[in-house]
Design a protein around this ligand. Structure first.
Ligand SMILES: CNc1nc2cc3c(=O)[nH]c(N)nc3c(CC[C@H]3O[C@@H](OC)[C@H](OC)[C@@H]3OC)c2[nH]1
Ligand SMILES: [Zn+2]
Length: 374
């Protein structure tokens, strides 16, 4: 087995990279889209579905799994891979984002963050060492450091102070998890808000700590898309070329294409799965709402260009009926379709970089998913 953390770039097309990242549970071909499985499941799909649609790597979430069912329980039962019967790579976020976006009554201190569980209000404390220990218990292949995801609109001084805390926490995470300990990788997270000079400052600090990969955090937090794309372009050059780059929480098809063009390798976004459950489907001709009246007696497949189980087996009329009738199968079929769209898009991106055709693929997709469309 290739040593976990080995990152091999096999082709380039402009700043876009075609690479592979070795983990303890398999090699991830990049650019890669990572379905979100926050509570140890990609909502409504089983591991067999995920394999069938070509999933390489899944996301889990420290905050959620720590609160319920508990990381120590999962460790006792053999770790997250065995618990959810997924034998491929898993990346877990540190929970920093959820503490600020989900938990109540949180208190930020130099030593970590105190918060109240969104489930039962019980009080908890996440230190850098604690979030490392939780992810070690889960057995994640890629662990994220504890960081503060600075809210959109934070001023320069707050953002500068916050990135210093994020760096201190990152250092403590690195010390708590020696390189390649039990084959588990550790990624640093660059903050700095929407201030290019603070992004450069955060990147210089984080990339000096010896991580296996680097994430850009603090984006996809409600900012206008042009601001997101601008800060990505100005930040990526500060990330080492020879390690994976992960853009957290991004994104829509147009954001993935812009991210790849800037040199990003890994993406995660709840959009694919969340929109599936509310009937918004991504197709080869743009976004479609499954409950549209025109689908009422339309016997054709949702997307003739899609080879997923939903598109090759059922009609638009049936998918619309399931959604309107609030049938559980609607969740599963819509999710199978949307994830297939995102996984196929990143597969086409990998092939385009190999053949030097990325720019034309991006132009083709930008015509269908315009960068200035919501
Ligand atoms: C949507 N926009 C968005 N911007 C984000 C920015 C940050 C950030 O700066 N730091 C950290 N630590 N996490 C972030 C995250 C959470 C991603 C996780 O949140 C969960 O999806 C919501 C999922 O957990 C399975 C995923 O796991 C990596 C962001 N999400
Ligand atoms: Zn489909």
């Amino acid at each position: 087995m290739t040593t976990p953390g080995t990152f091999t770039i096999t082709a380039r097309d402009g700043a876009a990279r075609r690479a592979s990242l070795a983990t303890a549970h398999g090699v991830v071909q990049t650019p890669a889209f990572m379905p979100v499985g926050t509570q140890g499941t990609v909502k409504s799909l089983c591991p067999r579905d995920l394999r069938e649609i070509g999933t390489q790597i899944l996301l889990g979430n420290t905050y959620h799994l720590y609160l319920r069912p508990g990381d120590e329980l999962i460790a006792r039962l053999g770790g997250l891979h065995r618990f959810m019967a997924w034998d491929g790579p898993i990346l877990t976020d540190s929970g920093g984002f959820q503490v600020f976006s989900l938990a109540g009554l949180r208190r930020l201190t130099p030593d970590g963050v105190e918060f109240a569980s969104h489930i039962d209000g019980s009080r908890h404390f996440f230190s850098p060492e604690k979030v490392v220990s939780i992810q070690q218990n889960l057995g994640s292949d890629i662990m994220m450091v504890l960081d503060e995801c600075v809210p959109y609109g934070a001023d320069f001084d707050y953002t500068k102070k916050s990135l210093a805390l994020t760096t201190a926490w990152a250092q403590r995470c690195r010390e708590a998890h020696p390189p390649l300990h039990r084959g588990q990788l550790l990624f640093g997270i660059v903050q700095g808000g929407f201030y290019p000079e603070l992004r450069a400052e955060s990147a210089a600090q984080i990339t000096s700590l010896g991580f296996d990969g680097h994430a850009l955090g603090g984006v996809s937090v409600g900012e206008p898309r042009p601001e997101m794309h601008a800060i990505i372009h100005s930040s990526v050059p500060h990330l080492p070329d020879n390690k994976p780059r992960y853009l957290m929480g991004v994104g829509a098809p147009q954001d993935i294409l812009a991210g790849v063009a800037a040199g990003i390798d890994m993406f995660d976004c709840v959009l694919a799965t969340r929109n599936a459950r509310n009937g918004t489907l991504f197709t080869s001709t743009g976004k479609v709402n499954v409950k549209k009246a025109a689908f009422r007696d339309d016997d054709s497949p949702l997307d003739p260009a899609c080879s997923c189980y939903a598109c090759r087996t059922f009609s638009r009329a049936y998918l619309r009926h399931l959604y309107i009738a609030k049938e559980l199968l609607s969740y599963r079929l819509n999710t199978i379709h949307n994830l297939t769209f995102f996984l196929s898009l990143t597969k086409r991106i990998r092939e385009a970089i190999e053949t030097g055709g990325f720019a034309s693929l991006k132009a083709e997709m930008d015509a269908i998913y315009p960068p200035d469309a919501p």
